[in-house]
Design a protein around this ligand. Structure first.
Ligand code: ADE
Length: 236
């Protein structure tokens, strides 16, 4: 997987690149590249943004600046770029990132992520240069860098070999293996702590029954998310 991140703050990704699963993904051949809009702006004094037409607060990233950065990286008209790779603009108004979208993105060979600051991008960037608008949640961040890291994190850990134990991505929250439900609870030693016992079933060594219990827990969490009343808990 090759991911290019367009940003005004490439340094913000230094911590992210040190995370174990990211280091692992890079060692297995994935690549993260950064393009700073400011390095390619055709305007004087490193200008990248401007005030919005029609008035209003904040600054808007300019379409000519974004085009220059995309051209510098890919050497062609960014209008054509969408034919060969997904070009994703990070915006609170985009399609909500969920496990299905992460799977979809993880199947791509290459991604381009555009993160913005201020009031976001001139709409012509979205209309003409991008294939997708993605949001990591219905709230507004100060910029798209954290959102880009969230997308990269979720996508890179889906790639083959990313997790020590292949099953841990297979049967995790929202996966098909759990019918899109949240994952069941996990416990580890000590089996009893301050009187709080781990469910006996997990200590039983009964793999089939443990599996059933986990699926039931996962279903209950899904119901709780939907706001359904919780059934009385049977003894495990
Ligand atoms: N940029 C600012 N807020 C965002 C959000 N919630 N998702 C994606 N990009 C953003």
């Amino acid at each position: 997987m090759e991911i290019d991140i367009f940003t005004l703050f490439p340094d913000a990704f230094a911590w992210f690149e040190r995370q174990r699963h990211v280091v692992g993904a890079l060692a297995r051949g994935s690549r993260l590249g950064y393009v700073n809009y400011r390095d390619h702006t055709p305007l004087s004094a490193g200008q990248v943004d401007d005030t919005p037409f029609g008035g209003g607060a904040g600054m808007v990233l300019r379409v000519d600046v974004v085009e220059a950065a995309l051209r510098a990286r890919y050497g062609r008209d960014p209008v054509e770029l969408g034919r060969e790779r997904r070009v994703i603009v990070l915006t609170p108004a985009g399609r909500l990132l969920d496990d299905e979208l992460v799977d979809e993105l993880a199947r791509e060979a290459a991604l381009t992520l555009l993160s913005g600051r201020y009031e976001g991008f001139d709409q012509r960037v979205t209309d003409h240069f991008t294939t997708d608008e993605v949001s990591i949640g219905r709230y507004v961040l100060a910029g798209g860098e954290l959102a880009a890291m969230v997308v990269c994190d979720a996508v890179l850990r889906k790639l083959p070999g990313a997790l020590g134990h292949e099953d841990s991505a297979f049967e995790e929250s929202f996966s098909k293996a759990l019918a899109g439900a949240p994952e069941y609870p996990h416990y580890t030693r000590p089996a009893e702590y301050r009187g709080w016992r781990v469910p006996e079933i997990l200590l039983s060594g009964h793999h089939a029954r443990i599996r059933e219990w986990r699926q039931e827990q996962s279903r209950r969490r899904a119901e709780r998310e939907r706001g359904a009343p919780e059934p009385a808990a049977p003894e495990p």
